[in-house]
Design a protein around this ligand. Structure first.
Ligand SMILES: *Cc1c(COP(=O)(O)O)cnc(C)c1O
Length: 387
């Protein structure tokens, strides 16, 4: 039996031919496509700077370093996320602090953020879960009041928007944050195979990120510590400990081509979400995700909460019918690695309650109408069987 996955890429003919062109050129990496992709990204999102890197995790890592996170610092984030968000905090030596979610949006609750602030808090990492923007206006105010850096984990939310003071703000414009991070893994909104990016409006942060992406090395004469070497053509300086987090040119060619199709991807995702919502609305025993007023979701996921029956039963049944549902997410601090660090069950009761009931239904641009109808009918039949 063929399984319908919960998410997958859509790589078309144009994407492939653009990628092949680069494979046949002189530059496989560190060539012109990287800058082109970065320009397209910052233009789409409305930010001043963009840095493309090898993964969303790499992007989160260098964003945390550019924010100056280190040992003794705390950074507040959501427990309903992929482990990469909190791991990036841990990589810097800082401590992740988990603030509970708002069960209406499943996003981190600004009130809970404020409660977790201590003298050691240095940053907030809100996660736009499933593609639904967090309340960035409130988070920005809390951050300003407490002099905290804000890094948006927007791995689910490329293309999402929210209204602020009667203006639409695009995720990635960093209107209410210092940096925004994206992932281009195949299940995300657009793909480069593996890949990620950091967007920012701050020149200093941008320069720091550029160094961290490539071994902490600069070739910019004007920034050399040792000025005597300014005239030496071979000279470069490693000024801090960086990484090889570079992305390749052929990946960026794919990314440029994908980004051109993003708006079409987004409208198909929204269409699918509305098909589910229309059919499953008022169906007893479930809670559907809602966009709410003043936000446009990118619909990376369609997270349903099952109350009418046991989640494991529902999960196993849907999987047995070839529907590749998934659970997003196990609250991060419940993972053994974090339990071993001393995080206890009960830190975020609403996140734990969410986890117990959540199932993500398939959503991606290539999902066909007849597959959606099939998923809806199987989903409904499951409840009839249960009662
Ligand atoms: C996918 C994802 C990441 C990590 O991105 P990679 O490109 O897979 O490294 C981080 N945070 C969230 C919320 C994600 O969904």
């Amino acid at each position: 039996m063929k399984t319908i996955p919960y998410g997958r890429q859509y790589v078309g003919k144009a994407d492939i031919s653009e990628t092949i062109k680069v494979l046949e050129s002189n530059w496989l990496t560190q060539g012109p496509k990287i800058g082109e992709f970065e320009n397209a990204l910052k233009k789409y999102c409305g930010a001043k700077y963009a840095i493309a890197v090898s993964s969303g995790t790499a992007a989160l890592h260098i964003a945390c370093l550019a924010a100056g996170l280190s040992k003794n610092d705390e950074a507040i984030t959501s427990p309903i996320t992929f482990v990469a968000t909190s791991n990036a905090i841990v990589y810097t030596g800082a401590t992740p602090v988990f603030a509970d979610i708002d069960p209406c949006t499943n996003n981190i609750d600004p009130i809970r953020i404020a409660e977790k602030i201590t003298s050691r808090t240095a940053a907030i990492l809100p996660v736009h879960f499933a593609g639904l923007p967090c309340d960035m206006g409130k988070i920005h105010k809390i951050a300003k009041r407490n002099k905290l850096i804000v890094i948006e984990d927007a791995c689910h939310a490329l293309g999402a928007q929210y209204r602020y003071n009667n203006k639409w703000v695009r995720i990635g414009s960093c209107a209410h944050s210092d940096m925004t991070v994206f992932s281009f893994h195949p299940v995300k909104l657009i793909t480069t195979g593996e890949g990620g990016a950091v967007l920012t409006n701050c020149k200093e942060i941008y320069e720091k990120l550029m160094m961290l992406r490539s071994h902490g090395i600069t070739k910019d004469k004007n920034r050399f510590v040792d000025k005597r070497n300014k005239a030496c053509g071979w000279y470069y300086e490693m000024q801090e400990l960086g990484f090889n987090y570079r992305i390749t040119d052929f990946q960026c060619a794919l990314g440029i081509s994908q980004l051109k199709r993003l708006d079409k991807f987004l409208s198909r995702r929204s269409e699918i979400a509305h098909m589910y919502s229309k059919e499953l609305d008022k169906f007893p025993g479930i809670i559907l995700p809602a966009e709410g007023d003043g936000v446009i979701s990118s619909w990376h996921l369609y997270p349903v909460r099952i109350h009418g029956m046991c989640r494991k039963e529902a999960f196993d049944y849907l999987r047995s019918k070839g529907i590749g549902v998934q659970v997003h997410y196990i609250p991060v601090y419940l993972q053994p690695y974090f339990s071993n660090l001393g995080y206890k069950k009960g830190i975020c009761p609403l996140a734990e309650e969410f986890y117990i009931t959540e199932i993500s239904l398939p959503i991606y641009p290539l999902l066909k109408d007849r597959e959606i109808k099939f998923i809806i009918s199987v989903f409904k039949s499951m409840f009839k069987g249960a009662t």
